[in-house]
Write a protein that binds this ligand. Structure first.
Ligand code: CIR
Length: 256
């Protein structure tokens, strides 16, 4: 169960966030703020305490707070984002993590290692780590060494089609895993009960489990039904403005 969630308010520069889909247009700032507020309300409905960090105009993508840290049941790991314009976003998360963890439970990925939290998927005490354009071999090596120091385990999952691991695969507990695209057939995930997502709704592979409820993005009826059919209560949240800059539900929070 999660007790805490950290989110970060989108800044006005969110309109300039990195995107692989410019054809979707720029995010509307005021709508992004409204959607972010609804996201916070959905999280609160799941019984977590939400820490809302102030917007930071220096970093257009800084609302995607998941990428700057990985929080495990044993320690917090400050990442080293591979995206140049995002790399220094980690500075602001360190004092926040210190409010929740003693210094000896805060670890760091360092250059030449790179790693972004969107590439990390927690399944119990095991962490799958996507090797992506943002997370490199050295980053994964450091990350797994940190996990092992704290009694946890990790393994690498190569990916080629999507931005981050969790862009295409998400664990929703009870052995259930939402899988899309290249993750549907990966041997690493053969042991799970896979909920296969059609290509037309692949964006909605990025749902989040929060204390028994699954938060699903608005507008993906096949995924909504599949998650409900798997027995979960569902809360829908509109993420249209974050989608325009490759962001989804998981990217917008740290849950622990
Ligand atoms: C980026 O390219 O870094 C942002 N525009 C989107 C980050 C999405 N984060 C995530 O999947 N964890």
């Amino acid at each position: 169960m999660f007790k805490n969630v950290i989110v970060k308010t989108p800044c006005k520069a969110v309109t300039q966030g990195i995107t692989s889909a410019p054809e979707l247009g720029q995010p509307d700032y005021s709508l992004a703020l409204k959607q972010h507020a609804a996201y916070i309300e959905a999280l609160k409905q799941c019984g977590v305490s939400v820490t809302v960090l102030p917007a930071d105009e220096s970093f257009p993508d800084s609302c995607f707070v998941e990428d700057v840290a990985v929080i495990t049941p044993k320690c917090a790991i400050v990442t080293n984002p591979g995206a140049a314009t995002r790399n220094q976003e980690t500075k602001a998360i360190v004092p926040v993590l210190k409010q929740f963890f003693p210094e000896d439970k805060i670890e760091y990925i360092t250059a030449p290692g790179t790693l972004e939290g969107g590439d990390v998927m927690m399944v119990g005490t095991h962490f799958y780590v996507g090797r992506s354009a943002r997370t490199n071999e050295e980053g994964i090596k450091q990350f797994i060494a940190i996990l092992e120091k704290h009694g946890l385990t990790g393994s690498e999952v190569p990916l080629t089609e999507v931005l981050h691991l969790k862009t295409g695969v998400n664990y929703i507990e009870n052995n259930n895993m939402l899988v899309a695209g290249e993750f549907i057939t990966k041997a690493e995930f053969a042991q799970y009960n896979k909920i296969v997502i059609p290509q037309s709704e692949s964006y909605a592979a990025n749902c989040i489990w929060v204390n028994g409820t699954v938060i699903v993005p608005c507008g993906y009826p096949t995924v909504e039904k599949a998650v409900k059919d798997a027995g979960y209560p569902v809360i829908l949240v509109d993420t249209s403005e974050f989608r325009k800059i490759d962001g989804g539900l998981s990217c917008l929070s740290l849950r622990f």
